[in-house]
Design a protein around this ligand. Structure first.
Ligand code: GDP
Ligand code: ZN
Length: 338
């Protein structure tokens, strides 16, 4: 992909484009005529801290005459978006990517972390896109049987709507399966903890060295977080993939729908609880706890559900409280002005 800012010649114009790269510099926008332009945000957007273009955003760009940068003047409503709680600021959120069709969750086939996977599934479902799980490093499984068992467990956990496949770098067929999952003309974002093999997967899909493998990219030498490259990589067979390195924490934000989709088994049982707002803790007539007692639902599954539900609730309460305080301060300021 060309990464040059072509100085715009001729009269000022406006165009539409997509943010295809985010790094330390200005967002790189691919304009609808195919040109790539580094862009700054218009001051009207700058004023609002929350409004920043993210990878995948469709933007309207103003190209001032003779200027080497474009100006993002508007960001289109996002079709899908990946949102998490801001790790640095408990009462705000971060959008990590927008307008993708599929979230691919990468988890290692050996040492898969169930709790992490459940968390990833909630946030992935909440985006509004399709969800798939790719189990990486399948060659490290003891044998074929073990690999298949893990796939089956993950299928059972993730539910029917989630595609699951195992892959390893040396197995061409397994890589083709990931390509098929993405599909032609679709954009996939790749999440998963560092070291799971995301960069290797992007490189093998792209048939090029687009991402450094085994590199520590989310901290600088002093242990501080740095801005990390996020780039939309076009795949030779069609489709695009966005790696999201440096996504360390996956804190819940508004994720009620995601929770319901990721825990469809619990959600379905909950339809039969006596109280519509049953928390499945100690309410009478709780069908979910009855299912646990009858051995139809694992206690660990209910524990995960409750803990994620509680996290979503407490984040919401803290955020509402922060908003209320901000609102009070604003009205105090107004009063003082009067
Ligand atoms: P990322 O941090 O998720 O981007 O992970 P990387 O792609 O940097 O990979 C981390 C390590 O896992 C590297 O040493 C890779 O060589 C190794 N790795 C990646 N894919 C596979 C695989 O399919 N099999 C095995 N055995 N190792 C892999
Ligand atoms: Zn209940």
């Amino acid at each position: 992909m060309p990464d040059v800012t072509e100085t715009h010649k001729g009269a000022s114009t406006s165009t539409n484009g997509t943010v295809v790269k985010l790094d330390r510099g200005f967002p790189l926008v691919r304009c609808c005529d195919g040109a790539h332009v580094r862009c700054e945000h218009a001051t009207s957007l700058e004023k609002n801290e929350r409004v920043r273009a993210v990878i995948g955003d469709d933007v309207e760009v103003f190209l001032p005459e003779g200027h080497d940068k474009g100006v993002i003047v508007a960001i289109a409503k996002r079709r899908t978006s990946f949102v998490r709680r801001d790790p640095a600021e408990r009462t705000s959120h971060q959008v990590l990517a927008a307008n993708f069709d599929l979230v691919i969750i990468a988890e290692p086939i050996v040492g898969l972390n169930r709790n992490r996977l459940e968390r990833e599934l909630v946030l992935a479902h909440q985006t509004g896109a399709d969800v798939a799980v790719v189990l990486t490093k399948a060659d490290l499984a003891q044998d074929e049987q073990e690999a298949q068992n893990v796939c089956e467990q993950v299928r059972a956990l993730a539910g029917r709507s989630v595609g699951v496949c195992a892959m390893s770098l040396e197995d061409g067929e397994s890589i083709q399966a990931v390509r098929d999952l993405i599909g032609d003309g679709r954009v996939a974002v790749l999440i998963g903890k560092s070291g799971v093999g995301k960069s290797s997967l992007v490189n093998v899909l792209a048939e090029a060295e687009v991402q450094g493998v085994g590199a520590v990219r989310d901290r600088d030498g002093k242990g501080r977080h740095t801005t990390v490259d996020r780039v939309m990589v076009e795949l030779p067979g069609g489709g695009c993939v966005v790696d999201m390195p440096g996504v360390r924490g996956l804190g819940m934000w508004d994720a009620d729908e995601g929770l319901g989709a990721a825990f469809a088994d619990v959600d379905e049982l909950a339809q039969s609880c006596r109280f519509r707002d049953c928390k499945h803790i100690d309410e009478p007539g709780c069908a979910v706890r009855e299912a646990v007692e009858a051995g139809e639902l694992a206690q660990a599954r209910l524990d995960s559900y409750r803990s994620l539900a509680a996290e979503i609730q407490s984040v919401r309460e803290r955020r509402d409280e922060a908003r209320r305080l901000r609102g009070e301060k604003a009205s105090d300021r107004k009063k003082r002005k009067r």
